[in-house]
Design a protein around this ligand. Structure first.
Ligand SMILES: [Zn+2]
Ligand SMILES: [Zn+2]
Length: 563
């Protein structure tokens, strides 16, 4: 279609607004609008830094969507990772239309909606790759891509000015564990027909070569299975269904039973088995409560906690505080995940605890026990070559990655009859495509909203913007001084409250201080000297305390000081 030659009838414009995920890692969300129709692509969360106390999740600011409430017609999900679906419960109340996703993606959304008591009715609509749905003037086609979990799609949107292709997250895995291949043919066909704009994943642009298929980890794990005399505990992301399959297959080969340990691991493995994405031969799987009944050498635990999260299974196991799984000198713990930036300290702490139990620790820097789900430079180049878009917008990454992807794209698409134009956009940029071309025209409001999940509401950002929450229940800061050496309480805890009404309950803060003291006393030495873990433990404990005593849920911020 030669845009320049066709007469301009209406000043029709396609507007694409990234509301998250550009210039940061996580909370991916994109609004695509043609006239009165807006379609959202993904609704993800970002996880907070450990120093953002009292915050569980971060979601994109929804101001832009609220301003066009009536126009939002559908939400389209590319795959089931938290940075793409975590904010679905916060977005669904903002519009009435359907939520499209593959079977696996929607199965992972369902429990989130239940937690938020959202009745999805018939809104969740399962789609398959190569299927097309029409939403007003927009036609959406789903195209299979490969990634670190099953059932992922790219989305091609056709509108009167052309085709815009959003890759979603991908790598090009030519030997996928489930046999479902990246639909490179469809990418090439669209490229041959002419693609107006390509929005492509930039996460691993700074890695040379190809990322490598999921089966790449088998060799390293074979060595681990061979050399481990006792129990084997592998920590991974609960969404890493392919990793689970590799491990289950090896467990069968090496005659070990498999226990999925940790709530999200149990849940995802159950969903994946139900949908046929994870195959566990009968008799192989055991419950975590059955682990003590088997000799160490007969057991593989696939556990949560690869990021050192204080409440996750591995963290509990590491400090000898898990109900069923214990570690000893013959055992091996494998971290089969990359460290998300910001989590290094927590991970290192967990690994030290594991070492204290006498167990052996293996990370991806020692053996090839993890492979990324995002394509490296050559894969990203291949997609650029196949699609040959007129405009290219790098997405999903920090600014330096977007900028590097832009440089690579210019090199790949230089020459020929026309060279590509790169739009280096950031969150909130309103990107317009029309007969005259494309440009970043304006800025939509964007930002971050911090969420406290137990409260199911917004906490506000650093200045505690969400006055509703604070006005309703207030905030309680607990300053707790503990001895660096023993982890014992080094003085009475101090509680400061703002906007929190305790009624006539004068003794409440004294009792809360008592609860803190008790909680610390009841904790093991390992727990007490682990600041991150103890902070989280006190937060949970105090929330429970105030809820029970007052029926309110103030925002609780424990501040642990080691002296
Ligand atoms: Zn992602
Ligand atoms: Zn992903």
């Amino acid at each position: 279609m030669d845009q320049a030659a066709s007469p301009v009838v209406t000043p029709a414009t396609l507007e694409v607004v990234p509301l998250g995920g550009l210039g940061e890692f996580g909370m991916n969300m994109m609004a695509v609008s043609w006239e009165d129709t807006t379609v959202l692509i993904d609704a993800g969360v970002m996880f907070p830094d450990p120093d953002q106390l009292g915050v569980d999740l971060i979601i994109p600011d929804m101001t832009y969507l609220e301003s066009r409430r009536d126009r939002v017609k559908a939400l389209v999900l590319t795959h089931g990772h938290e940075d793409h679906i975590g904010a679905v419960p916060h977005v669904m109340p903002l519009f009435d239309g359907p939520v499209y996703g593959t079977a696996m993606t929607l199965a992972l959304v369902e429990p989130k909606l239940e937690e938020h008591r959202i009745d999805a009715g018939k809104r969740l609509t399962t789609i398959r790759p190569r299927q097309t749905v029409t939403i007003g003037p927009l036609s959406l086609e789903f195209i299979r891509v490969t990634h670190s979990m099953p059932d992922c799609v790219a989305v091609a949107i056709t509108c009167p000015v052309g085709v815009v292709l959003f890759t979603g997250d991908f790598k090009i895995d030519q030997t996928p564990i489930d046999g479902e291949h990246f639909d490179l043919h469809r990418f090439a066909e669209l490229g041959a027909q002419g693609v107006l704009a390509l929005f492509s994943d930039s996460t691993n642009i700074d890695r040379k070569g190809f990322t490598g298929p999921e089966i790449d980890v088998i060799e390293a794990f074979e060595e681990v299975f061979t050399s481990t005399e006792g129990k084997l505990v592998v920590a991974a992301f609960s969404s890493s269904v392919y990793r689970m399959q590799v491990l289950v297959d090896l467990a069968v080969q090496f005659d070990r039973r498999v226990a999925f340990v940790g709530r999200s691991m149990e849940r995802t493995s159950e969903i994946a088995q139900r949908l046929g994405f994870l195959r566990v031969p009968s008799g192989v799987q055991i419950r975590d409560s059955e682990v003590p009944n088997f000799a160490g050498q007969d057991v593989l635990c696939i556990a949560t906690g690869s990021q050192g999260e204080p409440q996750a299974a591995l963290s509990r196991i590491a400090i000898d505080d898990h109900r069923f799984v214990r570690l000893g000198p013959d055992d091996t713990v494998v971290l089969s995940a990359r460290a998300i930036p910001g989590n290094e300290k927590a991970i290192a702490r967990t690994m030290s605890h594991v070492a204290r139990r006498g167990a052996h620790v293996i990370t991806d820097s020692m053996k090839h026990v993890h492979v990324s789900g995002h394509g490296s430079e050559e894969e990203l180049k291949l997609v650029l070559s196949l699609v040959r878009p007129r405009y290219f917008v790098p997405v999903h990454g920090e600014y330096r990655q977007l900028a590097q992807h832009a440089r690579v794209a210019r090199r790949v698409l230089a020459g020929g009859d026309r060279s590509v134009q790169v739009l280096l956009a950031q969150d909130g940029d309103i990107i317009q495509f029309d007969q005259a071309g494309a440009r970043i025209a304006d800025k939509a409001p964007t930002g971050r909203v911090l969420i406290d999940v137990t409260r199911v509401g917004e906490v506000g950002d650093e200045v505690l913007r969400d006055r509703r929450h604070l006005a309703a229940d207030g905030i309680v800061v607990a300053v707790v001084a503990i001895s660096r050496d023993t982890g014992a309480l080094a003085g009475p805890p101090e509680l400061v409250a703002r906007g929190f009404v305790s009624g006539d309950d004068d003794a409440i803060f004294d009792d809360a201080a008592g609860a803190i003291a008790e909680c610390i006393q009841a904790s093991s030495m390992d727990e007490r000297t682990d600041q991150g873990l103890m902070t989280e433990k006190l937060r949970v404990e105090l929330r429970r305390f105030f809820k029970k005593r007052t029926g309110r849920r103030p925002l609780v911020l424990p501040v642990l000081m080691e002296i």
